[in-house]
Design a protein around this ligand. Sequence first.
Ligand SMILES: [Zn+2]
Length: 325
Amino acid sequence: MIFSKTKNKNGNIDGMSKTVSVRHGAKTYRIPVDERGIVPSWALAQRFQEIGYIRDLDEESSVVLPAECTPKELIEWWIDPSKCDIMGLDTMDSRIYDVSGVKEPSKKAAQRKIAIVTADPNEQKRIRRVLSESFTAEELNTMASNGSFVIRTVPNCGDATGCYYRRQNGMEIPLIVIENNTTPDGIVHEVVHHARAVDSSRKGKMKTAYPSDKKGKVRTRIYSSLSRKKKEKILEDEEKLTVAETIVRTGTDPNQSGYYDTVKNKSSRTAYLEDRHIITDTPPMLPDSAVPRLKGKAAIRAVQKGYDFTNIARTEILSRDVKKR
Ligand SMILES: [Zn+2]
C-alpha cells in the first residue's frame, strides 16, 4: 500500500481494514469489512464514487438497505449502486455528502462529490469549511473529478495526524484518514497530496513524483522497481513540498507540521513561522496574522518561487529513519 503519512514517520496508521471475497455469478468482489464483519461507510463511499452517480443522491430508491450490512447483504448494491440505496450513504438525507454548510454556491457541486465520514456532524461541516477556505472552486472541481476522494476521521491516528492513500490497484478512490479535530494544516496537507497527484495542470515540483497515470493512479510496478534511494527522494520531496504548499494556503496554525521538528538549529515553531513569511514573500516584521493566505494560481506561484528559500526545503525529514535502517 503506497501512502503518505503526516507528522511522524514512525506512526502506525491503521486506516485500512480486512477485505472479504464475495462471489457473485462469474465474478469475485473484494469488499472491506470492519472487525464486526460490517462494510464501513468510508468503503461504501469509495465504491459509490467509483461506479455510482452523484445524482443518485437526489433520487429516492424504493429499496433501502440498512446502514450496516455485511458484504453478502449489499452485494447487489456493490455491483450497481443505482439498483438500491444504503441508508445514510446515497439516500437524500445522506450526512456524508451533506453540503448545507457550504456557503459559496460555486463550491457546492465539487464538495458534493467529496464524501466526508465523521462521527460528529459538526466535524464534517468544519472540514468542508477548511476545504472551501483553502482551495478555489476550480481546484476543488479538479480534485473532485474522476471519482474524487473520500475523507474519513478517526479518534486516533497513532502518532501521525493524517494519511493519504493514493489511487492504486485495490484502491480506486483515494482515501484521506485524519484524526478528529486535526487543525486546518493537518487537513489541508492531505488534500494537497491529492491535488499534487490528480491535477494535470501542475508542472515540475508542483506535481507528485510518484510514477502515476493521468488520473493519479500509482504505477505500482514501475514504483517497486525503483531503488530505495529514489523512493526516499520521492517521499522526501512529496512531504516537503506538501508542507510548503499547505502553509501558503492556511492561516497561522496552532500545531505546525511535525516535519518542522527535523529543522536544525532553530525551534520547529520558529522555522514554521519564518517559512510562512518566506514563501509568501512578506517582510519578517509583518505580524503572523497578517501573512496572506493564497489559493489557486497565486498559491502555486508562491511555492514555485519561494520553496527553495524555506527551512522545510533544506531539512532532511527522513534522515533519522535512514540511519536507523
Ligand atoms: Zn504528508
